[in-house]
Design a protein around this ligand. Structure first.
Ligand code: BES
Ligand code: ZN
Ligand code: ZN
Length: 498
Protein backbone atom coordinates (compact mmCIF):
# COMPACT_ATOMS: atom_id res chain seq x y z
CA UNK A 1 0.00 0.00 0.00
CA UNK A 2 1.33 3.39 -1.01
CA UNK A 3 0.83 6.34 1.31
CA UNK A 4 0.62 10.02 0.36
CA UNK A 5 0.09 13.30 2.11
CA UNK A 6 -2.03 15.79 0.15
CA UNK A 7 -2.60 19.48 0.76
CA UNK A 8 -5.79 20.45 -1.07
CA UNK A 9 -9.50 20.84 -0.57
CA UNK A 10 -11.75 17.83 -0.54
CA UNK A 11 -13.50 18.96 -3.72
CA UNK A 12 -10.14 18.44 -5.44
CA UNK A 13 -9.73 14.87 -4.22
CA UNK A 14 -10.62 12.33 -6.87
CA UNK A 15 -9.93 9.23 -4.78
CA UNK A 16 -12.21 6.23 -5.10
CA UNK A 17 -13.28 6.71 -1.48
CA UNK A 18 -13.16 9.87 0.60
CA UNK A 19 -13.59 9.65 4.37
CA UNK A 20 -14.73 12.49 6.63
CA UNK A 21 -14.63 12.38 10.42
CA UNK A 22 -17.96 13.13 12.08
CA UNK A 23 -18.53 13.72 15.78
CA UNK A 24 -21.30 13.00 18.19
CA UNK A 25 -24.06 15.54 18.79
CA UNK A 26 -23.12 17.39 15.62
CA UNK A 27 -26.58 17.84 14.14
CA UNK A 28 -27.28 19.86 11.03
CA UNK A 29 -26.95 23.31 12.58
CA UNK A 30 -24.45 22.38 15.27
CA UNK A 31 -21.43 24.65 15.61
CA UNK A 32 -19.53 21.42 16.42
CA UNK A 33 -19.53 20.32 12.80
CA UNK A 34 -15.89 20.72 11.71
CA UNK A 35 -15.24 22.86 8.67
CA UNK A 36 -14.43 19.91 6.48
CA UNK A 37 -17.64 18.12 7.31
CA UNK A 38 -19.53 21.30 6.61
CA UNK A 39 -17.93 21.46 3.16
CA UNK A 40 -18.77 17.80 2.50
CA UNK A 41 -22.30 18.48 3.68
CA UNK A 42 -22.70 21.45 1.31
CA UNK A 43 -21.26 19.59 -1.68
CA UNK A 44 -23.68 16.71 -1.09
CA UNK A 45 -26.77 18.86 -0.71
CA UNK A 46 -27.04 18.21 3.01
CA UNK A 47 -26.46 14.45 3.04
CA UNK A 48 -24.50 14.57 6.28
CA UNK A 49 -27.06 16.72 8.06
CA UNK A 50 -29.70 14.33 6.85
CA UNK A 51 -28.10 11.15 8.18
CA UNK A 52 -27.87 12.83 11.58
CA UNK A 53 -31.46 14.09 11.41
CA UNK A 54 -32.99 10.81 10.35
CA UNK A 55 -31.27 9.07 13.24
CA UNK A 56 -29.38 6.79 10.88
CA UNK A 57 -26.10 8.16 12.20
CA UNK A 58 -25.19 9.78 15.51
CA UNK A 59 -21.39 10.05 15.20
CA UNK A 60 -20.69 7.32 17.74
CA UNK A 61 -17.21 5.73 17.47
CA UNK A 62 -16.86 3.51 14.37
CA UNK A 63 -20.40 4.20 13.17
CA UNK A 64 -20.41 4.52 9.37
CA UNK A 65 -22.60 5.78 6.55
CA UNK A 66 -21.67 5.48 2.89
CA UNK A 67 -22.79 7.62 -0.04
CA UNK A 68 -22.12 6.56 -3.63
CA UNK A 69 -21.46 9.12 -6.35
CA UNK A 70 -21.62 12.25 -4.16
CA UNK A 71 -22.85 14.78 -6.73
CA UNK A 72 -20.65 17.74 -5.79
CA UNK A 73 -17.42 15.86 -5.11
CA UNK A 74 -15.02 14.12 -7.49
CA UNK A 75 -14.60 11.11 -5.16
CA UNK A 76 -16.69 8.08 -6.13
CA UNK A 77 -17.79 7.34 -2.58
CA UNK A 78 -18.06 9.37 0.57
CA UNK A 79 -17.77 7.63 3.93
CA UNK A 80 -18.86 9.41 7.10
CA UNK A 81 -17.27 7.77 10.11
CA UNK A 82 -18.30 8.45 13.70
CA UNK A 83 -15.57 9.58 16.08
CA UNK A 84 -17.45 10.09 19.36
CA UNK A 85 -17.01 13.25 21.38
CA UNK A 86 -15.05 16.00 19.66
CA UNK A 87 -13.80 17.48 22.95
CA UNK A 88 -12.39 14.17 24.12
CA UNK A 89 -10.98 13.10 20.76
CA UNK A 90 -7.32 12.06 21.09
CA UNK A 91 -4.59 10.96 18.70
CA UNK A 92 -5.05 7.41 20.01
CA UNK A 93 -8.74 7.61 19.00
CA UNK A 94 -7.81 8.90 15.56
CA UNK A 95 -5.39 5.98 15.07
CA UNK A 96 -8.28 3.58 15.60
CA UNK A 97 -10.70 5.57 13.43
CA UNK A 98 -8.45 5.67 10.37
CA UNK A 99 -7.75 1.95 10.83
CA UNK A 100 -11.45 1.16 11.02
CA UNK A 101 -12.27 3.31 7.98
CA UNK A 102 -9.56 1.63 5.94
CA UNK A 103 -10.61 -1.87 6.95
CA UNK A 104 -14.26 -1.21 6.22
CA UNK A 105 -13.60 0.26 2.78
CA UNK A 106 -11.09 -2.45 1.95
CA UNK A 107 -13.76 -5.07 2.70
CA UNK A 108 -15.91 -3.20 0.14
CA UNK A 109 -13.17 -3.58 -2.48
CA UNK A 110 -11.99 0.02 -2.43
CA UNK A 111 -8.38 0.33 -3.58
CA UNK A 112 -7.84 4.04 -3.33
CA UNK A 113 -8.75 5.54 0.02
CA UNK A 114 -8.38 9.12 1.16
CA UNK A 115 -9.04 10.35 4.68
CA UNK A 116 -9.61 14.06 5.22
CA UNK A 117 -8.26 15.64 8.38
CA UNK A 118 -9.60 18.94 9.63
CA UNK A 119 -7.01 21.57 10.54
CA UNK A 120 -8.23 21.27 14.15
CA UNK A 121 -6.70 17.79 14.16
CA UNK A 122 -3.58 18.43 12.14
CA UNK A 123 -1.00 18.64 14.94
CA UNK A 124 2.05 16.37 14.40
CA UNK A 125 0.74 13.87 16.96
CA UNK A 126 -2.61 13.53 15.14
CA UNK A 127 -1.02 13.39 11.69
CA UNK A 128 1.32 10.56 12.72
CA UNK A 129 -1.52 8.70 14.38
CA UNK A 130 -3.77 9.04 11.32
CA UNK A 131 -1.35 7.41 8.93
CA UNK A 132 -0.26 4.84 11.53
CA UNK A 133 -3.86 3.73 11.98
CA UNK A 134 -4.29 3.17 8.25
CA UNK A 135 -1.07 1.18 7.84
CA UNK A 136 -1.79 -0.91 10.94
CA UNK A 137 -5.36 -1.46 9.77
CA UNK A 138 -4.07 -2.72 6.42
CA UNK A 139 -2.11 -5.61 7.97
CA UNK A 140 -3.63 -9.05 7.36
CA UNK A 141 -2.41 -12.23 9.04
CA UNK A 142 -3.65 -14.55 6.27
CA UNK A 143 -0.68 -14.25 3.92
CA UNK A 144 -0.48 -18.02 3.60
CA UNK A 145 -4.05 -18.43 2.39
CA UNK A 146 -4.03 -19.29 -1.28
CA UNK A 147 -7.51 -17.89 -2.03
CA UNK A 148 -7.03 -15.46 -4.95
CA UNK A 149 -10.07 -13.39 -3.89
CA UNK A 150 -7.91 -12.04 -1.15
CA UNK A 151 -5.61 -10.08 -3.44
CA UNK A 152 -8.60 -8.50 -5.14
CA UNK A 153 -9.17 -6.74 -1.88
CA UNK A 154 -5.79 -5.09 -1.44
CA UNK A 155 -5.61 -1.32 -1.00
CA UNK A 156 -3.24 0.33 -3.51
CA UNK A 157 -3.16 3.88 -2.19
CA UNK A 158 -3.90 5.54 1.09
CA UNK A 159 -3.88 9.34 1.18
CA UNK A 160 -4.26 11.73 4.03
CA UNK A 161 -5.61 15.07 2.88
CA UNK A 162 -5.22 18.13 5.08
CA UNK A 163 -6.53 21.26 3.37
CA UNK A 164 -4.32 23.73 5.22
CA UNK A 165 -1.36 21.54 6.08
CA UNK A 166 1.62 23.24 7.65
CA UNK A 167 4.32 22.15 5.16
CA UNK A 168 7.40 20.50 6.55
CA UNK A 169 6.14 19.94 10.11
CA UNK A 170 3.15 17.98 8.82
CA UNK A 171 5.28 16.13 6.34
CA UNK A 172 7.81 14.95 8.91
CA UNK A 173 5.00 13.88 11.27
CA UNK A 174 3.47 11.95 8.39
CA UNK A 175 6.79 10.27 7.54
CA UNK A 176 7.35 9.42 11.18
CA UNK A 177 3.94 7.75 11.33
CA UNK A 178 4.70 5.76 8.18
CA UNK A 179 8.00 4.42 9.45
CA UNK A 180 6.65 3.59 12.91
CA UNK A 181 3.63 1.71 11.59
CA UNK A 182 5.68 -0.11 8.96
CA UNK A 183 8.11 -1.16 11.69
CA UNK A 184 5.20 -2.35 13.80
CA UNK A 185 3.86 -4.37 10.86
CA UNK A 186 7.36 -5.78 10.35
CA UNK A 187 7.17 -7.06 13.94
CA UNK A 188 3.64 -8.38 13.44
CA UNK A 189 4.68 -10.30 10.33
CA UNK A 190 7.47 -11.98 12.30
CA UNK A 191 5.12 -12.93 15.14
CA UNK A 192 2.61 -14.24 12.66
CA UNK A 193 5.04 -16.71 11.08
CA UNK A 194 4.46 -20.29 12.21
CA UNK A 195 7.20 -21.90 14.27
CA UNK A 196 8.09 -24.39 11.51
CA UNK A 197 9.04 -21.42 9.33
CA UNK A 198 10.34 -18.97 11.91
CA UNK A 199 12.97 -21.02 13.75
CA UNK A 200 15.62 -19.29 15.87
CA UNK A 201 18.00 -19.38 12.86
CA UNK A 202 15.33 -17.83 10.64
CA UNK A 203 14.65 -15.12 13.19
CA UNK A 204 18.37 -14.38 13.21
CA UNK A 205 18.38 -14.25 9.39
CA UNK A 206 15.41 -11.86 9.37
CA UNK A 207 17.20 -9.64 11.87
CA UNK A 208 20.38 -9.73 9.80
CA UNK A 209 18.54 -8.79 6.61
CA UNK A 210 16.66 -5.96 8.32
CA UNK A 211 19.90 -4.66 9.87
CA UNK A 212 21.64 -4.65 6.48
CA UNK A 213 18.72 -2.80 4.92
CA UNK A 214 18.56 -0.21 7.70
CA UNK A 215 22.28 0.29 8.27
CA UNK A 216 22.49 -1.31 11.73
CA UNK A 217 25.42 -3.41 12.92
CA UNK A 218 24.52 -7.06 13.41
CA UNK A 219 26.31 -9.81 15.29
CA UNK A 220 24.90 -13.27 15.91
CA UNK A 221 26.32 -15.52 18.61
CA UNK A 222 25.92 -19.23 17.91
CA UNK A 223 25.74 -22.12 20.34
CA UNK A 224 29.50 -22.64 20.46
CA UNK A 225 30.19 -18.98 21.22
CA UNK A 226 27.51 -18.91 23.89
CA UNK A 227 28.95 -22.04 25.48
CA UNK A 228 32.38 -20.42 25.49
CA UNK A 229 30.95 -17.37 27.24
CA UNK A 230 29.09 -19.54 29.76
CA UNK A 231 25.46 -18.80 28.91
CA UNK A 232 24.26 -21.90 30.74
CA UNK A 233 20.71 -20.70 31.28
CA UNK A 234 19.99 -19.86 27.66
CA UNK A 235 21.63 -23.10 26.46
CA UNK A 236 19.69 -25.23 28.94
CA UNK A 237 16.42 -24.13 27.34
CA UNK A 238 17.79 -24.69 23.84
CA UNK A 239 19.13 -28.20 24.51
CA UNK A 240 15.80 -29.97 23.96
CA UNK A 241 15.42 -28.77 20.39
CA UNK A 242 17.08 -29.82 17.15
CA UNK A 243 16.96 -26.15 16.17
CA UNK A 244 20.12 -24.34 17.23
CA UNK A 245 19.72 -21.23 19.42
CA UNK A 246 21.13 -17.78 18.71
CA UNK A 247 21.79 -14.50 20.46
CA UNK A 248 21.05 -11.69 18.03
CA UNK A 249 22.79 -8.39 18.71
CA UNK A 250 21.95 -5.25 16.73
CA UNK A 251 23.70 -1.95 17.33
CA UNK A 252 22.65 1.58 16.53
CA UNK A 253 25.32 4.24 17.08
CA UNK A 254 24.45 7.92 16.87
CA UNK A 255 26.69 10.14 14.75
CA UNK A 256 27.23 12.42 17.72
CA UNK A 257 26.84 10.92 21.18
CA UNK A 258 27.04 13.39 24.03
CA UNK A 259 24.68 11.86 26.56
CA UNK A 260 26.64 8.76 27.57
CA UNK A 261 23.33 6.90 27.66
CA UNK A 262 23.41 3.41 26.17
CA UNK A 263 19.96 1.87 25.99
CA UNK A 264 19.76 -1.92 25.91
CA UNK A 265 16.57 -3.50 24.49
CA UNK A 266 16.17 -7.17 25.32
CA UNK A 267 13.42 -9.28 23.70
CA UNK A 268 12.26 -12.81 24.50
CA UNK A 269 12.59 -14.86 21.33
CA UNK A 270 11.09 -18.27 22.06
CA UNK A 271 9.96 -19.27 18.56
CA UNK A 272 7.82 -22.03 20.04
CA UNK A 273 7.05 -22.77 23.68
CA UNK A 274 5.78 -26.31 24.19
CA UNK A 275 6.61 -25.95 27.87
CA UNK A 276 9.36 -28.55 27.61
CA UNK A 277 9.14 -31.53 30.00
CA UNK A 278 6.68 -29.44 32.08
CA UNK A 279 4.57 -29.62 28.94
CA UNK A 280 1.66 -27.29 28.26
CA UNK A 281 -1.89 -28.56 27.68
CA UNK A 282 -2.46 -29.17 23.96
CA UNK A 283 -5.45 -26.84 23.84
CA UNK A 284 -4.20 -23.47 22.69
CA UNK A 285 -0.60 -24.63 22.37
CA UNK A 286 -0.61 -23.50 18.72
CA UNK A 287 -0.60 -19.93 19.96
CA UNK A 288 2.83 -20.39 21.49
CA UNK A 289 4.36 -19.38 18.16
CA UNK A 290 3.84 -15.84 19.50
CA UNK A 291 6.27 -16.42 22.35
CA UNK A 292 8.82 -14.41 20.35
CA UNK A 293 6.67 -11.26 20.32
CA UNK A 294 9.11 -9.52 22.68
CA UNK A 295 11.91 -10.24 20.22
CA UNK A 296 9.78 -8.93 17.36
CA UNK A 297 8.94 -5.75 19.31
CA UNK A 298 12.63 -5.08 19.91
CA UNK A 299 13.55 -5.77 16.27
CA UNK A 300 10.68 -3.60 15.04
CA UNK A 301 11.78 -0.80 17.36
CA UNK A 302 15.38 -1.08 16.07
CA UNK A 303 14.09 -0.80 12.52
CA UNK A 304 12.33 2.44 13.46
CA UNK A 305 15.29 3.69 15.51
CA UNK A 306 17.61 3.22 12.52
CA UNK A 307 15.41 5.72 10.65
CA UNK A 308 14.57 8.08 13.50
CA UNK A 309 18.28 8.42 14.34
CA UNK A 310 18.11 9.34 18.03
CA UNK A 311 21.13 10.82 19.80
CA UNK A 312 21.73 7.89 22.17
CA UNK A 313 23.37 4.53 21.56
CA UNK A 314 20.91 1.62 21.38
CA UNK A 315 21.77 -2.08 21.43
CA UNK A 316 19.21 -4.82 20.93
CA UNK A 317 19.80 -8.26 22.42
CA UNK A 318 17.48 -11.04 21.32
CA UNK A 319 18.05 -14.48 22.78
CA UNK A 320 16.19 -16.95 20.60
CA UNK A 321 15.47 -20.64 21.23
CA UNK A 322 12.79 -23.26 20.76
CA UNK A 323 11.47 -24.81 24.01
CA UNK A 324 10.86 -28.44 23.10
CA UNK A 325 10.35 -31.88 24.61
CA UNK A 326 12.92 -34.55 23.79
CA UNK A 327 15.47 -36.90 25.29
CA UNK A 328 17.89 -34.02 25.51
CA UNK A 329 15.50 -31.54 27.17
CA UNK A 330 16.37 -30.11 30.54
CA UNK A 331 14.45 -31.66 33.45
CA UNK A 332 12.66 -30.23 36.45
CA UNK A 333 15.24 -30.32 39.21
CA UNK A 334 18.18 -29.55 36.96
CA UNK A 335 20.58 -26.97 38.34
CA UNK A 336 22.17 -24.74 35.73
CA UNK A 337 24.82 -22.02 35.92
CA UNK A 338 23.91 -18.73 34.28
CA UNK A 339 26.34 -16.31 32.62
CA UNK A 340 26.23 -14.19 35.78
CA UNK A 341 27.61 -17.14 37.76
CA UNK A 342 24.36 -17.51 39.72
CA UNK A 343 23.04 -21.08 39.87
CA UNK A 344 19.37 -21.69 39.04
CA UNK A 345 17.20 -24.61 40.10
CA UNK A 346 14.82 -25.33 37.21
CA UNK A 347 11.59 -26.26 38.96
CA UNK A 348 9.46 -25.80 35.87
CA UNK A 349 10.80 -26.02 32.32
CA UNK A 350 7.85 -23.91 31.12
CA UNK A 351 9.33 -20.89 32.91
CA UNK A 352 11.95 -20.74 30.15
CA UNK A 353 11.66 -17.10 29.10
CA UNK A 354 13.27 -15.79 32.27
CA UNK A 355 16.18 -18.20 31.80
CA UNK A 356 17.12 -16.94 28.35
CA UNK A 357 16.48 -13.33 29.40
CA UNK A 358 18.73 -13.70 32.44
CA UNK A 359 21.77 -14.45 30.29
CA UNK A 360 20.89 -11.78 27.72
CA UNK A 361 20.49 -9.19 30.50
CA UNK A 362 23.87 -10.10 32.00
CA UNK A 363 25.43 -9.83 28.56
CA UNK A 364 23.80 -6.43 27.99
CA UNK A 365 25.61 -5.15 31.08
CA UNK A 366 28.89 -6.53 29.76
CA UNK A 367 28.31 -4.63 26.52
CA UNK A 368 28.05 -1.42 28.54
CA UNK A 369 24.32 -0.74 28.49
CA UNK A 370 23.45 1.91 31.07
CA UNK A 371 19.65 1.45 30.89
CA UNK A 372 17.68 -1.69 30.10
CA UNK A 373 14.18 -2.43 28.87
CA UNK A 374 13.06 -5.96 28.20
CA UNK A 375 9.88 -7.03 26.44
CA UNK A 376 8.61 -10.57 26.90
CA UNK A 377 5.50 -12.74 26.67
CA UNK A 378 6.60 -13.90 30.08
CA UNK A 379 3.63 -15.09 32.14
CA UNK A 380 0.04 -16.23 31.96
CA UNK A 381 -0.29 -14.52 35.33
CA UNK A 382 -0.05 -11.04 33.78
CA UNK A 383 -3.12 -11.92 31.70
CA UNK A 384 -4.96 -12.82 34.92
CA UNK A 385 -3.87 -9.51 36.47
CA UNK A 386 -4.41 -7.06 33.60
CA UNK A 387 -6.40 -8.94 30.97
CA UNK A 388 -5.69 -8.17 27.33
CA UNK A 389 -5.71 -4.40 27.79
CA UNK A 390 -2.54 -3.27 29.55
CA UNK A 391 1.08 -4.31 29.31
CA UNK A 392 2.45 -5.02 32.80
CA UNK A 393 5.39 -2.70 33.56
CA UNK A 394 7.89 -3.53 36.32
CA UNK A 395 10.94 -1.56 37.39
CA UNK A 396 13.75 -1.05 39.84
CA UNK A 397 13.82 2.69 39.06
CA UNK A 398 10.63 4.76 39.23
CA UNK A 399 12.02 7.69 37.24
CA UNK A 400 13.02 5.40 34.37
CA UNK A 401 9.60 3.73 34.44
CA UNK A 402 7.98 7.16 34.20
CA UNK A 403 10.04 7.84 31.08
CA UNK A 404 8.90 4.55 29.52
CA UNK A 405 5.26 5.15 30.49
CA UNK A 406 5.51 8.66 29.01
CA UNK A 407 6.65 7.19 25.69
CA UNK A 408 3.82 4.63 25.88
CA UNK A 409 1.22 7.37 26.52
CA UNK A 410 2.57 9.37 23.62
CA UNK A 411 2.17 6.34 21.37
CA UNK A 412 -1.22 5.24 22.69
CA UNK A 413 0.08 1.90 24.03
CA UNK A 414 -1.52 1.05 27.36
CA UNK A 415 0.89 0.03 30.12
CA UNK A 416 0.30 -0.30 33.84
CA UNK A 417 2.87 -0.19 36.67
CA UNK A 418 3.14 -3.38 38.74
CA UNK A 419 4.76 -3.75 42.17
CA UNK A 420 8.23 -5.19 42.67
CA UNK A 421 9.06 -4.72 46.36
CA UNK A 422 11.85 -6.70 47.96
CA UNK A 423 9.22 -8.49 50.07
CA UNK A 424 8.48 -10.63 47.02
CA UNK A 425 12.00 -12.04 47.24
CA UNK A 426 10.71 -14.46 49.86
CA UNK A 427 8.69 -16.11 47.11
CA UNK A 428 11.90 -17.14 45.32
CA UNK A 429 13.81 -19.47 47.60
CA UNK A 430 15.68 -22.61 46.55
CA UNK A 431 17.19 -25.14 48.95
CA UNK A 432 19.67 -26.36 46.34
CA UNK A 433 20.71 -23.41 44.18
CA UNK A 434 20.99 -19.62 44.37
CA UNK A 435 17.51 -19.10 42.96
CA UNK A 436 14.62 -21.22 41.63
CA UNK A 437 13.11 -20.34 38.25
CA UNK A 438 9.57 -20.19 39.65
CA UNK A 439 7.93 -18.90 42.80
CA UNK A 440 4.85 -20.31 44.45
CA UNK A 441 1.23 -20.14 43.36
CA UNK A 442 0.65 -16.42 43.82
CA UNK A 443 1.86 -13.28 42.07
CA UNK A 444 3.32 -15.20 39.14
CA UNK A 445 3.98 -12.15 36.98
CA UNK A 446 5.73 -10.46 39.88
CA UNK A 447 7.94 -13.41 40.81
CA UNK A 448 8.94 -13.70 37.14
CA UNK A 449 9.97 -10.02 37.19
CA UNK A 450 11.67 -10.53 40.55
CA UNK A 451 13.72 -13.34 39.00
CA UNK A 452 14.87 -11.04 36.17
CA UNK A 453 15.70 -8.29 38.67
CA UNK A 454 18.31 -10.59 40.23
CA UNK A 455 20.28 -10.37 36.96
CA UNK A 456 20.05 -6.63 36.20
CA UNK A 457 22.25 -5.53 39.06
CA UNK A 458 21.91 -1.79 39.67
CA UNK A 459 21.08 -0.29 36.29
CA UNK A 460 17.73 1.40 35.69
CA UNK A 461 15.59 -1.34 34.17
CA UNK A 462 12.00 -1.76 33.02
CA UNK A 463 10.43 -5.13 32.28
CA UNK A 464 7.37 -5.21 30.01
CA UNK A 465 5.25 -8.36 30.26
CA UNK A 466 3.32 -8.42 26.98
CA UNK A 467 1.82 -11.92 27.27
CA UNK A 468 -1.72 -10.51 27.38
CA UNK A 469 -1.34 -7.79 24.73
CA UNK A 470 0.86 -9.19 21.97
CA UNK A 471 -1.90 -11.25 20.39
CA UNK A 472 -5.51 -10.31 19.62
CA UNK A 473 -7.82 -13.32 19.83
CA UNK A 474 -10.54 -11.40 18.02
CA UNK A 475 -10.39 -8.77 15.29
CA UNK A 476 -11.12 -5.16 16.25
CA UNK A 477 -12.75 -2.72 13.82
CA UNK A 478 -9.31 -1.16 13.33
CA UNK A 479 -7.05 -4.23 13.49
CA UNK A 480 -7.11 -7.81 12.31
CA UNK A 481 -6.97 -10.66 14.76
CA UNK A 482 -3.48 -12.00 15.48
CA UNK A 483 -0.24 -10.22 16.33
CA UNK A 484 -0.65 -6.67 17.66
CA UNK A 485 2.96 -5.50 17.45
CA UNK A 486 2.67 -3.95 20.90
CA UNK A 487 5.84 -2.33 22.21
CA UNK A 488 7.40 -1.28 18.90
CA UNK A 489 6.20 2.33 18.98
CA UNK A 490 6.87 2.81 22.70
CA UNK A 491 10.44 1.50 22.50
CA UNK A 492 11.18 3.55 19.38
CA UNK A 493 9.70 6.68 20.97
CA UNK A 494 11.64 6.05 24.18
CA UNK A 495 14.91 6.16 22.24
CA UNK A 496 13.84 8.97 19.91
CA UNK A 497 12.69 11.31 22.68
CA UNK A 498 15.73 10.88 24.95
N1 BES B 1 5.24 -18.22 27.25
C1 BES B 1 4.66 -18.47 28.51
C2 BES B 1 3.77 -17.34 29.00
C3 BES B 1 2.54 -17.05 28.20
C4 BES B 1 1.32 -17.51 28.64
C5 BES B 1 2.58 -16.26 27.09
C6 BES B 1 0.18 -17.21 27.94
C7 BES B 1 1.45 -15.98 26.38
C8 BES B 1 0.23 -16.45 26.82
C9 BES B 1 5.74 -18.69 29.56
O1 BES B 1 6.93 -19.23 29.10
C10 BES B 1 5.17 -19.64 30.55
O2 BES B 1 4.86 -20.72 30.16
N2 BES B 1 5.02 -19.20 31.79
C11 BES B 1 4.46 -20.00 32.79
C12 BES B 1 5.23 -19.77 34.07
C13 BES B 1 4.90 -20.74 35.15
C14 BES B 1 5.44 -22.12 34.79
C15 BES B 1 5.51 -20.26 36.44
C16 BES B 1 2.99 -19.59 32.98
O3 BES B 1 2.69 -18.41 32.86
O4 BES B 1 2.17 -20.46 33.15
ZN1 ZN C 1 6.87 -21.35 29.00
ZN1 ZN D 1 7.35 -18.84 27.07
Amino acid sequence: MQTRLLTRNIDEVDAESLVVLCFEKADAQAPLMPELVRTANERTNGWIAEIYQTGEFAGKPFEMALLHRPAGLPAKRLLAIGCGSQEKFTAADLRKITGAALRSLKARASRDICIALDSAFASPEFVSAAVEGAILGDFEPDQRKTDPKKTEKAVDTFSLVIPNANGSVTESAFNRGVLLAESQNFARALVNEPANVLTPSQLAESARAMAAEQGLECEILDRARMAELGMGALLAVAQGSTQPPALIILRYRPSRDTSGVHLGLVGKGVTFDSGGISIKPSEGMEKMKYDMAGAAAVLGAMRAIAQLKPSIQVTALVPTVENMVSGSSQRPGDIITSLSGKTIEVLNTDAEGRLILADAITYASRLGCTHLVDAATLTGAIVVALGHIHVGAFTNDEAFLERVLGAARMEGEKMWPMPLDDDYKDYLKSAFADIPNVGGRWGGAITAAMFLKEFVEDKPWVHLDIAGTAWLDDAKPFMSKGPSGVGVRTLAQLAASW
